[in-house]
Design a protein around this ligand. Structure first.
Ligand SMILES: Nc1nc2c(ncn2[C@@H]2O[C@H](COP(=O)(O)OP(=O)(O)OP(=O)(O)O)[C@@H](O)[C@H]2O)c(=O)[nH]1
Ligand SMILES: C=C(OP(=O)(O)O)C(=O)O
Length: 240
């Protein structure tokens, strides 16, 4: 938890209904697609909650399977207004302000299974310097994090080529080294391979192990700092 004088970030994580989730992984994941989506989201949330700068994670979902799984890893779960991704994020943003008036609010993608708490801490420290900021995804097309300082309107513009959208809206692009795990979102089989090579959380590693026949590498698991709160890890740290 952050120190008392610093309320810490509330991160809003959107998780859509599982029947519609991770469709670009349908072929690679087959019958494991929904389980993989939950595993990735749970590993993302668990890693975020291990970041000392994060006070809480608000998950926005209406899914009856994802909701209890995410609550189990420590998320505060709220329902989905079912009006699309940014409406879900704004709803979570209102819940964040209700829970922690005066704290900074961020939106974090749910598909960052290689997330390292120390790298997220670097992103949040940088974001704290600007009213409104974002981190582009690994492809430099989308966005994995968008955040605002306390009192600044929370107006996320996720979806498709959101890097340009956030830039046009005047959000500061965070250009940081050593934050690969925060930028490595997983939408396609190639993305999953890239995340596996960084080292993913335990739930994702377990499901990915079942996909080895679908061209996924075997024998990759958690980032080495996964179970050690607050420990700084080198970017791209070695795998167990
Ligand atoms: N709560 C909520 N989350 C959403 C909604 N739409 C998208 N998301 C989440 O936003 C992130 C990006 O969504 P998408 O890229 O559209 O979907 P995806 O499930 O990641 O992948 P595809 O099905 O392959 O497009 C994922 O974490 C989704 O779970 C929504 O309407 N409500
Ligand atoms: C929603 C986004 O990403 P993706 O579709 O890659 O999950 C985004 O980058 O704004």
């Amino acid at each position: 938890m952050p120190p008392a004088e610093n309320p810490g970030w509330t991160l809003v994580v959107p998780v859509k209904t599982l029947v519609a989730a991770k469709t670009r992984l349908s072929e690679a994941a087959g019958p494991h697609r929904a389980a993989l989506a939950v595993a990735i989201a749970c590993d993302t949330v668990e890693a975020a909650l291990r970041c000392a700068a994060v006070a809480r994670v608000v998950v926005v979902t209406g899914d009856p399977v994802a909701a209890p799984a995410l609550a189990e890893v420590g998320a505060h779960v709220t329902g989905d207004p079912e009006a699309g991704l940014n409406a879900a994020l704004r709803h979570g943003g209102l819940e964040a302000v209700r829970l922690a008036p005066g704290g900074p609010v961020g939106a974090l993608q749910a598909d960052l299974p290689a997330l390292r708490p120390a790298e997220l801490a670097l992103v949040l420290a940088a974001a704290g310097e600007f009213d409104q900021s974002f981190l582009p995804d690994a492809a430099e097309v989308g966005t994995t994090f968008y955040g605002v300082r306390p009192g600044v309107p929370f107006t996320p513009g996720f979806g498709g080529p959101s890097r340009d959208r956030h830039l046009r809206r005047g959000a500061k692009e965070l250009c940081l080294h050593g934050v690969e795990s925060v930028r490595r979102d997983v939408d396609t089989p190639d993305d999953l391979r890239a995340a596996l090579s960084l080292g993913v959380g335990p739930r994702t590693a377990e499901i990915a192990g079942r996909l080895a026949g679908a061209g996924m590498p075997e024998g990759v698991g958690e980032p080495e700092d996964a179970g050690r709160p607050g420990r700084e890890s080198p970017p791209g740290g070695s795998l167990r």
